[in-house]
Design a protein around this ligand. Sequence first.
Ligand code: NAD
Length: 290
Amino acid sequence: MVAKIIDGNAVARQVREECAAITRDLKSRGVTPGLAVIIVGDNAASKVYVANKVKACTEVGLHSTVYAFPADTPDTEVEAEIHRLNADPQVHGILVQLPLPAHFDARRVVAAVSRDKDVDGFHLYNVGALVQGETLFPPCTPFGVQKMLEYENIPVEGQNVVVVGASNIVGKPMALMLMQKDATVVICHAKTRDLAQFTILADILVVAAGKPNLILPQMVRTGAVVIDVGINRLPNGKLAGDVDFEGVRQKASYISPVPGGVGPMTVTMLVHNTVQSALRSVSPMHSPAS
Ligand code: NAD
């Protein structure tokens, strides 16, 4: 068996086209979806991520503004800007680019974002709502994985799902989202003993550990769906995921590549969450998680 490759760029394109259509409709009703991005300090990777988010917004027709603060800005000043943006009706999404400089209490800053504009889904209200299956804003990376599974018509209900990685931004929300879809979910992490005894049971294996070649073919059930969230820079400068792609694709039924898999989905789902927030601002009963 050779796996079908899940083309994250194609899925992202489809979601962006849907977002662009909704955006055109909103604009005809006088509303332009707006994203505000807060960035503090000079982290080079953060600047690239922010530039990518702004570019994606522009392509889809959203309005976006970057609020860049020097690293030594007092946290009270950043929080005051967030409160101003919370009250601005032209802003439908607010994103605080992490990490923040060490003197910031990142949890407090994120908590300052209105839960109705928390397009990253990191506010404690949205985290709690995710546990109950009612979140306004599913976190972008696991939401992207869910869209990829939907795009390929891969059933989740009743499937054995193994999530490798238990971070707050990927592994844990991923597990909750798939549990909400009635999968049987196992979460593994760095302290898991004998990872393979769990991964071999997976009908759907989602890997987000940040360890190249963590998942080898002998750890994967024949016919499994394998989603590789990991992004690792190899010594030769190339990007790789956490899965031995060439080996595992000989056994899996579907596999997502790195690059070109989950990566393009994360920024796309940020755009999606912002557009849905704008839609909700004109039709409050609309559920953005659909
Ligand atoms: P993290 O470091 O916060 O968490 C990693 C998780 O993996 C932890 O729960 C840890 O216990 C677990 N882990 C580490 N080594 C392990 C091992 N040997 N066996 C089993 N579990 C192990 O990382 P994160 O922010 O969740 O990101 C994970 C990976 O996903 C990284 O490579 C990151 O770059 C990538 N990522 C990609 C996207 C995207 O858009 N594609 C978005 C976010 C993160």
